[in-house]
Ligand binder design. Sequence first.
Ligand code: HDE
Length: 709
Amino acid sequence: MQAVKSAVTSLTADVKTNDMRRDIVDPEATSLKGQNTDFGLYISDTDNWLRATDGRNVGPALLEDQIAREKISHFDHERIPERVVHARGTGAHGVFRAYDDRASKYTYAGVLTDPTRETPTFVRFSTVQGSRGSADTVRDVRGFATKFYTGEGNWDIVGNDIPVFFIQDAIKFPDFVHAVKPEPHNEVPQGQSAHNNFWDFVGLQPESAHMVMWVMSDRGIPRSLRMMQGFGVNTYTLMNAAGERHFVKFHWLPELGVHSLVWDEALKICGQDPDFHRKDLEEAITTGAYPKWKFGIQVIPEKDEHTFDFDILDATKIWPEELVPIEYIGEMTLNRVVDEFFTEVEQVAFCTSHVVPGIGFSDDPLLQGRNFSYFDTQISRLGINWQELPINRPVCPVMSTQRDGKMRHRITKGEINYWPNRKGTHPPVPPDQGGYHEFAQKVAGIKQRVRSVKFQEHYNQAQMFYNSLAPHEKKHLVEAISFELSHCEDPVVYESYTKILANIDFDFAKQIAVNVGGVVPDALARVNKGHTSKVSQTQYPSMEPTIKTRRIAILVADGFNGAEVLALRAALKAGMATTFLIGPRRGKIYPAGQKIGSGEGMMADHHFEGQRSTLFDALLIPSGLEHAQTLATNGRTVHWIREAFGHCKVIGAIGEGVAFLRDAVVLPGVEMQGSAGAGNAVVSSFGVVTTGSYGASGAAAEAFKIVAG
Ligand code: HDE
């Protein structure tokens, strides 16, 4: 085994920020006063195209106006091709740090083993199906792509929020994407997989069954990009200094836990605030509540490759944590929003083929194809010199023999652009000095278009996923698939998919078949073996109970209890939640004791019609007689309460607010006083109602407990 080493480069976390600063222009900070062209010519008239005129009548616009031509021409070419998948996205800068050197038993990659390093990162989150302008909260997989700007070059983990994929072999990717994207004859639907072609494809492609279960589960509608897991999905390899190789899967676990919207909420937010996730990420970072993820690895020694009943190179399978535990070795914090969307989020370009010494690939057939596809697609999106764009360029020195090509920026001195050369420039770097070293893998066999035998089994893990869900999650899954299949008009499509479901669980398949008019299984098509796994298959609570970044709406009308609201807001702010005062108008709302139109009042952030309960994690109704009476006579505020209640949100009420809350909800079995009892409503001594058992509820209730304290 040849000696290998990671080049030791000391970098600070701000190295990428400083690098990008070279290209940042701030119109407000510049000493340049006035507007000039891209070529530096001051413009004396920004509004009128040069024309022929006799002083009274204005003649035609003159083509000779080079200033107008330049402006229009630049505008004509402002758009670049959107990504063929994952077109809709947003991003942020961050930093990664390894906890210690515990991963050095697996890898000599400095980024994963040197705790003194702070490696700058850039993350782009995305949906898959929709175009650039589609809504954020659609049911879809979310992309979670991370670029690490390491001292040894860029390393990209181009992952998703779901640990498996629809297909096993990259050659099927164009078919899969054609099937899920809007249909070719009418470009329908947008931001949805609820159509004939998608369900037709997955119905004929049973290897998709496991992934379909994940994406139709609550995982497909995350509450926030900050509350999603990330998975590298494919099997990579790690190599240590002794030359031993391990198979590895990469994991991101969010500090805030994994939480989802409910489907009705997600649907409504698509219309109410299509930028919900994008704004949520920005809001968290700008308020200093930096999103954090623990970074974990699942590792399998090379010798154990064949010891599992699934193929560890099959991207439609997880490695159950019970068999291969996750070891958490570092963490990432996102701490800076972008300065400009296009030059950062649009132009960032990821490649699965970009790894650093100590990290390598496996024979995972999906990964092998991806390693070709990403570099290739960047050429059509951005051109061959895309790696020179500020967001993409590495922070370590670059000295290759690549030259020229459209839009080359770097000016490389000297007459040498090849190796070997008489001057000795651009020499290769041996592995013991940091050069990339491929593992000496033995390869033998017959060339054939085949997959391994274990790749042929498609339902065990889909069943394990189903079995591992909580009862309400199973119900959501049935509803989601029923929704989607109901949007397929062709009976061939929904009938064949209901047949696929019978391979997973009889009762589950039956419910959906009945709902959508599919094929109701009349015999136990396949026995449910009852296997379960805790593997990331249900919602995760936060690592520590927190109300951090939760959005809480306080509904008020004139006559509310002002002192109470001030105290509530202060307590919630201390817990890093954000409160919004919602009133009958966006203007001053007057607390009890202040005459309307006089006194200080409190500014409402929105009026009742301006927002909806869906955009908040919890509602609070303070006390105040007059205010409670006004709320009770307003149909929209009653709707706020009923909708939030239906979405299992935490609703807190105090004093007269409790009566309003009770009258607005009026549901049998809902207890509004006393302590935790039967049913799904819990009322604390000061009138906090908590409903539901997962998601926002626990976190926001905690906030109200703080207030109570
Ligand atoms: Fe992608 N994928 N993909 N993909 N993918 C792209 O690259 C592709 C797959 C993922 O925010 C494209 O730059 C093939 C799995 C993310 O910029 C393209 C195959 C996973 C992003 C491409 C897959 C992903 C992409 C389109 C099957 C999860 C957005 C634009 C072999 C691990 C990255 C681009 C960003 C983007 C190809 C399957 C994640 C066309 C051929 C599995 C997060 O190159």
